[in-house]
Ligand binder design. Structure first.
Ligand code: NAP
Length: 299
């Protein structure tokens, strides 16, 4: 078993991005600028946004954090988005999800200009991905593709099972893995795809029978330690997107993180597996920064 080490890769990618930003600065070019909008006081969202901002600083990007109370109205949030759409210094921005119940995530996502949508959630960018065109791909699935690329994992003709079909992870993940290597989004980014993909969800029957045939199993179902050893084929590659905070008084932070996969019992059966933490999460942030650099260059 070998770990797919998100920390190692993210250090490598952040260092590459920093070198690129240093070159831009030397040529007096435009420094990429990412803005993040955070609504409310959700602990996990605060951690994610802070980490995004911190990593922007690490690579020399400009970053802006806009914090708003959970009582903000949809109209007020839309006004902020319009300002960010029009701000010529900002290359890309994200609105951290989830949003309070009185605000429609769809309305907000749709209001972000597609050329600043570095999270890749806008229907225009999702549509481009569906057509195999290069675009801002949703950060988490893009991070997984980048991880498989950097570990030189061949996916062509492999049975890939994606557990979960959400708009931000499962669906774009299955689209990417099933694309032809000739498609723009795969060839331009040097990814390996061409897998035979099965998508599973909450209505899937005989889940264990399907997952245990997977050469590559990508899990994004939001169910803590759901995937057990009997669901995994010997020698499979397992990518765990799940992220759950469990209260743990023995930790300084007061919690520990686990994924959607029962790591201890699954890992020995695999050829490669992502740890949690230290796996996909770090790749997600890198992917967001890579999208921001792309947005800045596209200008
Ligand atoms: P989501 O929107 O809740 O979607 C979960 C998907 O899993 C749905 O398609 C659902 O099916 C399916 N599902 C749920 N329970 C299932 C079951 N028992 N059997 C089979 N399928 C089941 O979640 P998400 O946003 O995709 O996130 C998934 C996980 O990844 C979460 O733990 C989240 O915290 C984590 N995440 C991590 C990162 C990162 O950077 N590491 C980024 C994003 C998300 P239906 O469609 O039928 O409801």
């Amino acid at each position: 078993m070998q770990l797919l080490d998100g920390k190692l890769l993210s250090d490598e990618i952040l260092s590459e991005l920093k070198t690129e930003v240093d070159n831009i600065r030397q040529k007096n070019g435009k420094i990429p600028h990412l803005a993040a909008v955070l609504v409310g006081e959700d602990g996990a969202s605060i951690t994610y946004v802070n980490s995004k901002v911190k990593n922007c600083e690490k690579v020399g990007f400009k970053s802006s954090l806009i914090k708003k109370d959970a009582t903000i109205t949809e109209e007020e949030l839309l006004e902020i988005i319009q300002k960010l759409n029009q701000d010529t210094d900002i290359d890309g921005f994200i609105v951290q999800l989830p949003l309070p119940k009185h605000i429609s995530e769809k309305v907000i996502t749709d209001a972000i200009s597609p050329d600043k949508d570095v999270d890749g959630f806008h229907p225009f960018n999702v549509g481009k991905l569906a057509l195999g065109l290069d675009t801002y791909v949703s950060a988490t699935p893009n991070g997984v593709m980048e991880m498989l690329k950097r570990y030189k994992i061949q996916t062509e003709g492999k049975n890939c099972v994606v557990l979960g079909r959400s708009n931000i992870v499962g669906s774009p993940m299955s689209m990417l893995m099933s694309k032809s290597s000739r498609s723009e989004v795969i060839s331009k980014n040097g990814y390996s795809a061409d897998a035979t993909v099965t998508v599973c969800h909450s209505k899937t029957k005989n889940l264990q029978e399907i997952t245990s045939k997977a050469d590559i199993l990508i899990v994004a179902i939001g169910q803590q330690e759901f995937v057990t050893a009997d669901m995994v084929k010997e020698g499979a590659i397992v990518v765990d997107v799940g992220l759950h905070r469990l209260i743990d008084e023995t930790k300084k932070s007061g919690y520990r993180l686990v994924g959607d996969v029962k790591f201890d019992e699954v890992a020995p059966k695999t050829s490669y597996i992502t740890p949690v933490p230290g796996g996909v999460g770090l790749m997600t942030i890198c992917s967001l920064l890579m999208n921001t650099l792309k947005a800045s260059k596209n200008k």
